[in-house]
Design a protein around this ligand. Structure first.
Ligand SMILES: [Zn+2]
Length: 70
């Protein structure tokens, strides 16, 4: 499942922000919009935060997602 792979990747980053493009790269997703769809859903849920910020991996400012531990 793509959604659970993405959740695991975000968890492994331990609070660091990652953009949809880097998620797609890391997980070898053929379609970038798959990452977009999942992160859009995760944003705002259970400690997930989605907003415009610097991506830890590519250093570009774009929509990123991170998971904040309580
Ligand atoms: Zn990135």
């Amino acid at each position: 499942m793509i959604a659970s792979q993405i959740e695991r990747l975000i968890a492994r980053l331990d609070g660091a922000a990652i953009c949809d493009d880097c998620i797609a790269d890391r997980l070898d997703l053929s379609v970038r919009s798959q990452a977009d769809t999942v992160t859009r859903e995760l944003g705002g849920q259970r400690g997930y935060e989605r907003r415009k910020d610097d991506c830890t991996l590519c250093a570009r400012t774009k929509i990123v997602i991170r998971h904040r531990r309580k």
